[in-house]
Write a protein that binds this ligand. Structure first.
Ligand code: BGC
Length: 736
């Protein structure tokens, strides 16, 4: 449709039709072929609202969605199509490693390809829009949703934001196999006080703009069609009712002209946050702020009519929001083709097809982070290996938002090892959760049911088997439901039974490799003490077991690097590399000085820093050199160069990382900031010179007057294999 036709359509709509374009309902309101009033009526949604609602979430399947669309449009006075949205996060049915793991790849093409594949499967299943990417900056491992984000670093998160949007949407979301992207959760949802989900967020505007905003902005600039508001208050204002955030920054400064959708029920939550007295006021505030779609509450559908008719809310605000929804439908091509790519044949062709599974398997190895390896890995097929632990034959190795209909489509470690033709021993050793342990809010779905006596026997049996093994691979970790939404934790450890299993086995066999499943950085001090090798595999998804076997037996190399610092203990969180200097810098060698910025009982440094990880070979870096002579405050054009050599005897990959420190500025700057990375592969003894450009964009920040500028002075560039490297050089920027 042309813009003129869209405006004509808008003008032709009744007030009810307009209002309900802004209401997003749920798939459960509809039967495969039409409208079901049962569950919707129970939740207070009127039949009118459902019959006119503009979009629905949480339903999929080509046949089902075609049926719903057909019936809905036939009944709609203007035959306007619905948009089908869902949380297709790290895969649709072919599940890729969780987003945090993808961040560990330090290779945005992994996330790009994952998004391309997810879009192809999801669009075949009739979906039009995904609620992704989530690019909230994650620095607090207590927060359960760190698994859904990319990293603690603004630069890495921004590069990924751009790549993921392009992966989902391609050049044009209308194209076959593409879906619209919705960047979330705007803004700063990831920084709740004390790491507790949905809690309030207090951040200075400078921190917000320098650290938290860049990734959202990158997704917007990449063309994301939607933005989702966050649940939290940001500096005391709920995001869905935050005019400054949505109108001034998002639309005004960044030029976003797409749809803003609330998070689930966030419009009504403005009442519970005590900003509005009732749903009517909540609707008014959120509309004024610029939240176009109300996800799953009756605020807009029940209250907007009265607000408009009484003149409390200008009809122009309604029209502007409705037009944006119509424009979105147009951008998705739904007026011409309301079913878009929904096709039962394509579902069969693409979903879990070999090509997608192969890509997922390959992606996994690039996300696994080898933290320790004292002669344990890779294993040889001739060694007698015991695979033990609750994750040995576990199918639940995918993150939340993975709509895996059939868990058996996920490959376990045991299946992966067996598929290699290796003969090994297997012992579960203990359950993931101890008896009576439940995951709050999940009813008894995941309750631990195996008691102490039986656990003791299981551990003893595993210990016996360990006595006969050359090496033990212990597959431990968090339960998958311990991470994700509403899964904040105050302790960052794995269950006591698993630690008991580890320490019991360590008494009889010291050749232990721990394969660690998790959705967040954990406190792994005990594991570090007892295991000779540790590999973090996150929640790897469909091909996890195959990929782990590939890596353990040396058919692939684990090439991930930590996208978040692993804390020494929970007491350090949030701990991240881009911290600020204090006036009382702590030198661990000068313990006699009491008044330093330190803890009495734990170190300042994390157990493993951001960017850290090993592979199956070793690398050496040359000194850093800087070439070029354009370095003034309005134009910087320099090239950083370093030569990296594979000093080991195996081919391997390295993530070369470049950090910059602004040595002095009008406000205190982070001690260093990632500004470039490159994953390289070298044969034994081979060298390569890696070049990183530096432009003025890499040096800009919000100065004392909140201007986004480069200030003159010296800058230090660090290049190395993780965020602690000292390999550096200095350059100077002069006043333009
Ligand atoms: C989550 C969002 C998600 C939405 C729709 C909310 O609970 O916070 O990330 O997109 O539900 O499923």
């Amino acid at each position: 449709m042309t813009q003129e036709q869209l405006v004509e359509l808008l003008n032709d709509l009744s007030l009810d039709e307009k209002i309900n374009q802004l209401f997003q309902g749920n798939g459960s309101f509809f039967t495969d072929k039409g409208i079901a009033t049962g569950p919707a009526a129970d939740q207070g949604f009127s039949e009118l609202a459902i019959s006119l609602c503009g979009s629905i979430l949480g339903a999929d399947g080509a046949e089902k969605l075609k049926g719903i669309q057909e019936r809905y449009m036939a009944n709609h006075p203007h035959h306007i199509p619905l948009i089908f949205m869902a949380d297709v996060i790290n895969g649709f049915r072919t599940i890729f490693p969780i987003p945090l793991a993808q961040g560990a790849a330090f290779d945005e093409t992994v996330a790009f390809e994952g998004a391309v594949i997810a879009a192809r499967e999801a669009s075949a299943a009739g979906l039009h829009v995904t609620f992704a990417p989530m690019v909230d900056l994650v620095r607090d491992a207590r927060w359960g949703r760190v698994m859904e984000a990319v990293s603690e670093d603004p630069y890495l998160s921004s590069v990924y934001a751009d790549a993921i949007v392009e992966g989902f949407q391609g050049q044009d979301a209308k194209e076959p196999g593409k879906i619209g992207a919705c960047v979330k959760h705007f803004a700063a949802y990831s920084a709740p006080v004390a790491g507790r989900d949905y809690n309030n967020v207090e951040l200075s505007e400078r921190t917000l703009r320098d650290d938290y905003m860049p990734a959202y902005e990158a997704a917007v600039k990449a063309g994301a069609l939607l933005v989702m508001t966050s649940f939290n208050t940001l500096n005391r204002i709920p995001s869905s009712a935050n005019k400054w955030l949505l109108r001034d920054v998002l639309r005004g400064e960044w030029g976003f002209d797409g749809v803003v959708i609330s998070d689930w029920a966030a419009v009504e939550e403005v009442v519970f946050q005590d900003l509005a007295v009732d749903k009517k006021e909540a609707a008014k505030l959120c509309m004024e702020a610029g939240t176009d779609i109300d996800m799953m509450t009756t605020c807009y559908c029940d209250c907007l009519k009265e607000l408009i008719e009484s003149g409390e809310l200008p009809v122009e605000l309604l029209d502007e929001a409705v037009l944006r929804v119509l424009e979105l439908k147009n951008k998705l091509g739904l007026f011409e083709n309301p079913f878009k790519d929904a096709s039962v044949e394509d579902e069969e062709k693409y979903i879990l097809c070999e090509e997608h599974r192969d890509a997922a398997r390959k992606a996994c190895a690039s996300t696994f982070v080898l933290l320790e390896n004292d002669g344990m890995l890779p294993l040889s097929k001739e060694e007698k290996v015991l695979f033990a632990g609750p994750y040995v034959d576990e199918h639940g190795i995918f993150g939340s938002w993975s709509f895996v209909n059939d868990w058996s489509t996920t490959v376990t470690i045991k299946q992966g090892v067996e598929a290699k033709g290796v003969t090994a021993a297997y012992e579960k050793g203990c359950e993931l959760l101890h008896k009576g342990q439940i995951i709050l809010g999940m009813d008894k779905k995941y309750e631990g049911t195996v008691g102490k006596k039986q656990t003791k026997e299981m551990i003893e049996q595993a210990v016996e088997a360990a006595k006969n093994a050359d090496k033990v691979v212990l597959c431990l970790g968090e339960h998958r439901a311990e991470t994700g939404e509403a899964s904040s934790k105050g302790e960052l450890t794995i269950s006591k039974d698993q630690i008991k299993l580890l320490s019991s086995i360590a008494e009889v066999n010291e050749n232990i490799t721990v394969v660690l499943f998790c959705g967040r950085p954990l406190d792994i001090r005990k594991i570090k003490k007892l295991a000779k090798a540790i590999m973090v595999v996150w929640l790897p998804g469909t091909e996890g077991g195959n990929a782990i076997a590939d890596v353990l037996y040396g058919d692939a190399e684990p090439t991930g690097r930590l996208p978040m610092s692993f804390p020494y203990s929970v007491g350090q969180t949030p701990v991240f590399y881009g911290e600020f200097k204090t006036g009382r810098h702590f030198e661990p060698t000068q313990t006699e000085n009491r008044f330093q910025s330190k803890y009495l009982d734990i170190p300042n440094a994390p157990l493993y820093p951001f960017g850290y990880g090993r592979g199956y070979t070793t690398f050496e870096y040359s000194d850093v050199t800087i070439e070029g002579d354009i370095a003034t405050t309005d134009k910087v054009d320099l090239t950083v160069s370093v030569t990296v050599t594979n000093t080991g005897d195996k081919k391997g990959q390295e993530v070369v990382q470049m950090y910059i420190r602004d040595d002095k500025a009008s406000v205190v700057r982070p001690v260093r900031m990632l500004k470039g990375y490159m994953k390289i592969e070298l044969e034994p003894k081979e060298s390569i010179t890696v070049l990183f450009p530096i432009t003025e964009e890499d040096l800009k920040f919000h100065d004392i007057n909140m201007n986004y500028v480069v200030e003159p002075g010296t800058f230090t560039v660090f290049v190395g294999g993780d965020s602690t490297t000292d390999n550096s050089a200095v350059f100077e920027v002069t006043e333009a």
